[in-house]
Design a binder for this molecule. Structure first.
Ligand SMILES: NC(=O)c1ccc[n+]([C@@H]2O[C@H](COP(=O)([O-])OP(=O)(O)OC[C@H]3O[C@@H](n4cnc5c(N)ncnc54)[C@H](O)[C@@H]3O)[C@@H](O)[C@H]2O)c1
Length: 279
């Protein structure tokens, strides 16, 4: 029997939680750059009765993403796509963050926008870092991030070496870029009868979140959590719950938008409960 296909790109903390939540009754395609992570998560899900196909992908390689989209579509109707693959500032250089977090999402939107089934939906995991950048970039820069053809994105002058001071700045540009690009891509996805949105997490306890907390920005991140309304770290399950809503039938009128899931960190910053050094 052919089941609907749910594709989860990036199977770290959030990706695994999303796959577990969306997977029952569907064919789960898991994709990640890290073969070890991929096999571990795939084996865990198979052991729990999920129908799983695992594929390595490098989201920074357009051809690799195109091959993943084709392989997923060959398994059945691709009704749900969750793009969670990403690198954080402590993990990577400016160049790697731009290639993976910015261009990778553009390739995914283009290729899954080509194969997504009518009635289907996609979610890209952006970040509250993108929401914090709201209003900081010139309108022309946001338009370029939203609309430049995927193949030309990396040639944009403001992404060239030297133009981006550090990985944190690259991450903010990439994640704001994800938000505006998904807004724009909702038209192409809509032409296929499908929807696409971003979720912007705050500080979530995943391998990436823990690495960031242990790094240079850890103290500031803990201060953000303390100043926020919820005063706790988010869990992968908190993100998976919102992704489930956005991928499911209850959000059939929601597309081209962002849902901030940050426990109130951005609200606290805007209310002046905490001031960031760079703000
Ligand atoms: N954890 C947080 O606090 C937090 C906060 C805001 C946003 N985010 C974003 O959420 C998303 C998911 O993060 P997470 O916390 O689950 O992190 P994670 O590190 O647990 O998972 C990320 C996964 O992406 C994979 N990946 C990295 N580069 C790749 C590539 N080129 N191709 C394919 N896969 C690749 C990694 O191997 C890893 O399995 C990321 O985009 C991240 O930027 C995380």
């Amino acid at each position: 029997m052919v089941h609907d296909v749910v594709v989860v790109i990036g199977v770290g903390g959030m990706g695994e939680a999303i796959a577990r939540r969306q997977g029952p009754g569907r064919h789960v395609v898991l994709a990640d750059f890290n073969a070890e992570t991929l096999e571990r998560v795939a084996a865990g899900l198979r052991g729990d009765g999920y129908e799983v196909t695992a594929r390595t992908v490098d989201v920074a390689d357009h051809a690799s993403v195109a091959a993943l989209a084709d392989a997923a579509a060959a398994l059945g109707p691709v009704t749900q796509v969750a793009h969670t693959a990403g690198l954080s500032p402590v993990q990577a250089s400016v160049e790697a963050i731009v290639r993976v977090d910015l261009a990778g999402v553009a390739y995914s939107l283009a290729e899954f926008g080509r194969v997504v089934a009518p009635g289907g939906a996609g979610v890209v995991i952006a970040s509250m870092a993108g929401t914090m950048a709201l209003g900081r970039f010139p309108a022309e820069m946001e338009a370029a991030l939203a609309l430049t053809p995927a193949e030309e994105l990396l040639a944009l002058p403001f992404l060239q070496p030297g133009a981006v001071p550090d990985p944190g700045a690259a991450y903010g540009i990439a994640k704001r870029g994800n938000q505006v690009r998904v807004h724009a891509a909702s038209l192409a996805w809509g032409a296929r009868g499908a929807r696409v949105n971003t979720v912007s997490p705050g500080i979530i306890s995943t391998p990436m979140g823990q690495e960031e907390l242990a790094g240079q920005s850890g103290a500031m991140m803990r201060a953000m959590v303390e100043a926020s309304a919820m005063r706790r770290l988010g869990t992968p399950a908190d993100i998976a719950a919102v992704v489930a809503f956005l991928l499911g039938p209850e959000s059939s009128f929601v597309t081209g938008t962002d849902v901030l899931v940050d426990g109130g960190v951005v609200a606290a910053l805007r209310a002046g409960a905490l001031t960031l050094p760079s703000a």
